[in-house]
Design a protein around this ligand. Structure first.
Ligand SMILES: *[C@@H]1O[C@H](CO)[C@@H](O)[C@H](O)[C@H]1NC(C)=O
Ligand SMILES: *[C@@H]1O[C@H](CO)[C@@H](O)[C@H](O)[C@H]1NC(C)=O
Length: 334
C-alpha cells in the first residue's frame, strides 16, 4: 500500500516537472538547447526574454554534479560581475536585462555540460537552460596517387575528430568518376576517431582536375581540402618519392667529387713536402746542430707511415719512442 502511494507520488511529481518545463519557462526564454564549440575555441551562450518582464538581475550558472555554481551576473544597479574563478574564462558579450549573453573562451573538456541563465523579476525567476557540446576536428589529409599503367587514381582521405567525423570525397569535373569507396575507423586512446575513406578515381584527367575531401563533425562547419589529380603519365606519388630519392643521390654525388679531390690533393701535397724535407735533410745531415731536427722530421714521417699501416690504437704505444733505425742513425751520426 505504501509503495503504491509512493509510486503514484513519483509519477505525479515527474509529470508536474514536465508540465513546469513545457508550459512556463521555455516559452518565456529563448535559448539554444545545444551549443557546439571546437576544442580550444569559443562558445557563445545566449538567453533572451520573449516577453517583456520587469527584471532586476540576470545570473549565469554552471551545472555541476552538486548543484549549480554562479559564474557571472548583470545587475541594473551594480552592472556586470564575473566570479573570480571564471574571470579568465568567461566574459559578457551582451549585458542587458532582457537579453544576456556570455562567451566561454578556450573551451576544454571540463567546460562541457549545461548552463542556466536566470532572469530575476518580482514574479519569480525565469530560467533558461543551454548545454555546451565540445567537438574536435583536425583538417583532413588527402592523397591522390596516379598510376601510369591505367587511367585510374587511388584517392584516400583521413580525418581525426570527436565524435567520429564523416569524410566525403568530391570531384570538380563531370568526366571524373569516383568508385563507391570504403571507410575504416580507428578509435584513438584520447577519445578521437580517425576515419579514412578510400576510392578509385577514373575518367579523363584534364589539366587542373581536383579532388576534394570534406570532414564534418555533428553540425559544426566542415573542413575541406583540395588536391590536384596528377596527370596520368606523370607517375604520381610514387614518382614523387623516386624524385626525392634521386635528388638526394644527386646531392650526395655533388658532395663526393670535391671531397675526393681535396683528399687526393692533401695526400699528394704531403708526399711532396716529405720528399723535399728528406732530401734537404740528407744534404744538411753533416752539421751536428741539425741532427735533432732530422730526428724530429724522420720520427714524424715514420709515425705517419706507421699510422697508415697499422690500426690507430698502436699509435699511442709507438709515438713516444722513436723508431729503431732512427736511433741507429743517431748513433751513427754521433
Ligand atoms: C570505437 O568506439 C565506438 C564507441 O565509442 C565503438 O562502438 C566501436 O566498436 C569502437 N571500435 C573499435 C574498433 O574499437
Ligand atoms: C588525439 O589523438 C589524435 C591522434 O592520436 C591527435 O591527432 C589529436 O591531436 C589528439 N587530441 C588531443 C586533444 O590530444
Amino acid at each position: 500500500m505504501v509503495t503504491i502511494t509512493m509510486a503514484v507520488c513519483a509519477v505525479l511529481h515527474v509529470s508536474f516537472l514536465l508540465m513546469g518545463i513545457s508550459s512556463g519557462q521555455t516559452s518565456v526564454i529563448q535559448t539554444e538547447q545545444t551549443v557546439l564549440a571546437a576544442l580550444g575555441g569559443e562558445a557563445h551562450l545566449q538567453c533572451r526574454l520573449t516577453q517583456s518582464k520587469v527584471v532586476h538581475h540576470v545570473t549565469w550558472q554552471r551545472m555541476v554534479p552538486e548543484g549549480e555554481v554562479d559564474m557571472a551576473s548583470y545587475d541594473e544597479h551594480f552592472g556586470k560581475a564575473v566570479n573570480k574563478e571564471f574571470r579568465e574564462k568567461v566574459e559578457f558579450i551582451e549585458a542587458a536585462l532582457q537579453s544576456c549573453s556570455i562567451v566561454i573562451r578556450e573551451v576544454m573538456e571540463q567546460d562541457e555540460g549545461c548552463y542556466h541563465c536566470l532572469f530575476n523579476s518580482p514574479e519569480g525567476s525565469f530560467t533558461g537552460r543551454t548545454c555546451l557540446q565540445l567537438y574536435e576536428l583536425h583538417p583532413p589529409v588527402l592523397h591522390v596517387r596516379a598510376s601510369d599503367s591505367t587511367a585510374e587514381s587511388a584517392v584516400s582521405c583521413s580525418a581525426t575528430g570527436r565524435p567520429a567525423p564523416t569524410v566525403t570525397l568530391t570531384v570538380t569535373q563531370p568526366d571524373l568518376h569516383l568508385s563507391p569507396y570504403s571507410t575504416v575507423s580507428v578509435n584513438n586512446t584520447n577519445g578521437t576517431v580517425a576515419v579514412t575513406t578510400t576510392a578509385v578515381l577514373s575518367g579523363l584527367h584534364r589539366n587542373g582536375a581536383q579532388v576534394g575531401c570534406a570532414a564534418r563533425v555533428l553540425s559544426a562547419p566542415q573542413i575541406e581540402v583540395l588536391e590536384s589529380v596528377p596527370e596520368a603519365s606523370a607517375g604520381g606519388l610514387d614518382g614523387g618519392s623516386e624524385d626525392r630519392g634521386l635528388s638526394g643521390r644527386i646531392r650526395m654525388l655533388s658532395i663526393i667529387p670535391p671531397l675526393c679531390v681535396m683528399v687526393i690533393c692533401a695526400v699528394l701535397l704531403a708526399a711532396r713536402l716529405i720528399k723535399k724535407e728528406e732530401s734537404r735533410n740528407l744534404q744538411r745531415s753533416e752539421s751536428m746542430t741539425e741532427v735533432s731536427e732530422v730526428i724530429e722530421v724522420l720520427a714524424d714521417t715514420e709515425n705517419n707511415e706507421l699510422r697508415k699501416r697499422s690500426p690507430p690504437k698502436s699509435e699511442e704505444q709507438e709515438s713516444p719512442q722513436p723508431p729503431s733505425h732512427v736511433l741507429k742513425k743517431l748513433n751513427f751520426d754521433g
